[in-house]
Each structure stands twice: as structure tokens, then as C-alpha cells.
Design a protein around this ligand. Structure first.
Ligand code: KG4
Ligand code: ZN
Length: 360
């Protein structure tokens, strides 16, 4: 089954063609990072407008790179939510129009489940000429995750642990009570004057830093829950103290008062605290649920220190999706939709509305 999948939940316009949930025939990701850079974060109106401008060329490019025509596609999949309403509207309207006019089945996908199913992609089609898939050193996991599975979802909007014994019984076993970890990375990057998007900037700055220089508190939340707002504020307070300014000092001016070494040490101290916390919670859940496989998904799953720390902490051979399949992309939506299509009926194109907030 060849699925053309569309993902526009935030600031990436992405289209992919995925076969049988596991083989990537093409993947195109048009990033809007440059557009939002000046604002230090995603501006919803700019995101929606950019999706409108590029969605059709991106669909065309993904088809061309897969060497298929629209008629050869078996189904259409799209992220229905959660995400930014204006952004989701462009993807869902495009998917509905394609499904309606071509008489193809339509599968709406939950973005978070999509992040999980990025881990099922284990092959590139040999005939693909997709530019993204020809990046040197790009490797996929050698096998698919085996149930029961423990999944750590760490993105800009979500931080949660999920567990499933089959494709149809994903359960949230713990989630953040306030901010998501990706959000904390982005806010800390802003305070330290590091460029947007914050996660990768913090990771790069932290490489030269001393993670033990600034003592930051580990959040206290029961069992498998998380909290990141206190840690984020603790970094802000520590930076203010280091700069010798009051709490009302403008936070965008703090970084000017820090040396490169202080910035690196703050980045490393924050990253170390956040990652140790994620790993400790995952280990706790691992000991309780004894899963066969542990997977991670979402933009923060691209973090090398997180990947290394999990491998060290768990007695498992963990295989990771390549970084470009951890951040937002349509391949994960095509993979999820395939497994959904095995158990669910398609949705009528007339009734598919975006779901900006869609709790699991
Ligand atoms: O999944 P994603 O692409 O979008 C959402 O669904 O939110 O995740 C984006 C988040 C951002 O907060 C970004 O800063 C974070 O993932 N991120 C990272 C890294 N790369 C991206 N966080 C830590 N380390 C990274 N290397
Ligand atoms: Zn995401």
C-alpha cells in the first residue's frame, strides 16, 4: 500500500510517499526556520501563509522523487492534529481535495502517534531519487520495534511516556504537568542568546560547556509525570544572579552580559539536568513495564546526548530513527496511517476538520 502523507502541524511543510508503513519512497521537508528566525519562535500566521505557498510544489516534488503518479498512490494520509489551527487547515484541505478528486481513501493521523511510528521506517526504496534520503551517513534502524513497547515522546509541545502491547492499545502512562521539554530547550536558548530553533543550538553550545558548573534543581513529580517550567525558571534565575541583575531586567538583554564560557556552561548544565531527568523517568517506567523495545520520538529525540544517555541507562539494544525522522516530517504520518489502515476505516473527505488540541 503506497500512501502519500502530508504533515503541516507547525512550521514544516512536509510530504512523503511511504510503502507498507516501513519503506520510504520519497520525503520532502520545507522548513520555515528562516522565516521565524527573526521572531525567535513560530509565528502562526506566517506559518500558515508559508504552507499555502509551498504545499502544492512540495506534493509535486514528493511524487516526482518517488517516481509515481497520483493515480499510482493507494491512499492519502494527513496530520489532523494537534498543532496550529491555520497550519493544520492547509494540510487537511490539501489532503481532502486529493482524496475527494482522486477517489482515494483518506486517513487522518495523530501527530504524536506519528512521532512514534517514525521508528517503523526501516528501508529506503532502492529506486528513490529523493534528495533527503541520499544524505551521506543516513542510516535507518535494522528492524522494527517489537511489542510490548515503551515510548518516550519529547517534542516542542509534548513530553510523555506511552506504552502499548499492540498497534491498537497505545496508552499514556505519564505526561508533563506544565511545559514540554522542547519548549524548555527553546526558552533556555532564548535567555542564553542562542539562535532559534533552540534545541540544536543548546546541544551545540553545551559541547564546550561544564555540566556541573551550575546546580539546577531536578523537578519533583510523582511516578511517570514530568515538569519543566520550574527548571526553565531556575535557569533564568541563575542567569540573572550570574549577571547581578534584578528579576525585572529584560531577559533578551541578559545574554549580552554573559561570556561564551558562561553560555556554554549554562547550556551544558541545563541539558544535563533535563536529559538525566528524562532518562531517570524512562528507566523507572522500563522497570515497571518490562517492555521488549524502548523507542523515542519527537524533535528532542534528535539530541545525541539523550540518545547516548538512554543507551547507557537501559539494558537494551536501542535503535533510533535518523534525526530527520525525529523532527516533524510526513514520513512518520505515512507510517502511522498504514498501521491505522489495517484496523480502521478511512474517513470521508467531507468531514475531516483539523483538531488543534487532541488529547490522546
Ligand atoms: O517534534 P518537533 O519537530 O515539533 C513539535 O511537534 O513540537 O520538535 C521540536 C522541538 C523543538 O523544541 C526543538 O528545540 C527540539 O525539538 N529539538 C531538540 C533538538 N533538536 C530539536 N532539543 C534538544 N536537542 C536537539 N538536538
Ligand atoms: Zn512534532
Amino acid at each position: 500500500m503506497k500512501i502519500l502523507a502530508i504533515e503541516t502541524s507547525c512550521d514544516e511543510t512536509s510530504v512523503a510517499v511511504v510503502e507498507n508503513g516501513t519503506t520510504l519512497l520519497s520525503l520532502v521537508v520545507n522548513s520555515q526556520v528562516e522565516l521565524h528566525n527573526a521572531f525567535g519562535g513560530v509565528v502562526p500566521e506566517i506559518a500558515a501563509r508559508s504552507h499555502i505557498e509551498v504545499i502544492l510544489p512540495v506534493v509535486q516534488q514528493a511524487l516526482t522523487e518517488s517516481q509515481l503518479t497520483l493515480e499510482q498512490i493507494d491512499a492519502i494520509a494527513v496530520t489532523q492534529g494537534p498543532g496550529l489551527l491555520g497550519s493544520l487547515l492547509i494540510g487537511t484541505l490539501t489532503a481532502r481535495t486529493l482524496a475527494w478528486t482522486l477517489h482515494k481513501p483518506l486517513y487522518p493521523s495523530h501527530h504524536i502517534l506519528g512521532h512514534i511510528y517514525a521508528n517503523w521506517i526501516t528501508e529506503f526504496a532502492p529506486e528513490t531519487n529523493s534528495k533527503l534520503l541520499q544524505a551521506p551517513g543516513l542510516t535507518l534502524p535494522s528492524s522494527q520495534p517489537q511489542f510490548p513497547i515503551l515510548a518516550l515522546i519529547v517534542s516542542g509541545g509534548h513530553t510523555q511516556l506511552m506504552y502499548a502491547t499492540s498497534h491498537t492499545d497505545w496508552k499514556v502512562i505519564g505526561r508533563t504537568h506544565d511545559d514540554a521539554v522542547g519548549e524548555a530547550f527553546d526558552k533556555v536558548a532564548k535567555v542564553l542568546g542562542l539562535p532559534y530553533p533552540g534545541g540544536i543550538s543548546v546541544e551545540k553550545a553545551a559541547r564546550a560547556g561544564d555540566p556541573s558548573r551550575y546546580k539546577l534543581p531536578t523537578p519533583k513529580v510523582d511516578q511517570f509525570g514530568f515538569s519543566f517550567s520550574g527548571l526553565k525558571t531556575a535557569v533564568l534565575r541563575a542567569v540573572q544572579a550570574e549577571c547581578g541583575v534584578e528579576y525585572d531586567f529584560p531577559s533578551f538583554k541578559l545574554a549580552e552580559r554573559l561570556s561564551a564560557t558562561q553560555i556554554a556552561d549554562f547550556a551544558a548544565s541545563f541539558e544535563h539536568t533535563a536529559i538525566s531527568y528524562l532518562v531517570a523517568k524512562t528507566k523507572l517506567a522500563f522497570e515497571e513495564f518490562h517492555p521488549e523495545t524502548v523507542i523515542i520520538g519527537g524533535g528532542v529525540a534528535a539530541s545525541s546526548p539523550l540518545r547516548h544517555a538512554l543507551v547507557e541507562a537501559l539494558p537494551l539494544n536501542i535503535q533510533y530513527a535518523p534525526r530527520m525522522l525525529c523532527t516533524d516530517n510526513a514520513a512518520m504520518i505515512g507510517a502511522h496511517a498504514y498501521f491505522q489502515a489495517q484496523v480502521e476505516r478511512p474517513t470521508a473527505p467531507e468531514v475531516l476538520d483539523p483538531r488543534p488540541s487532541w488529547p490522546l
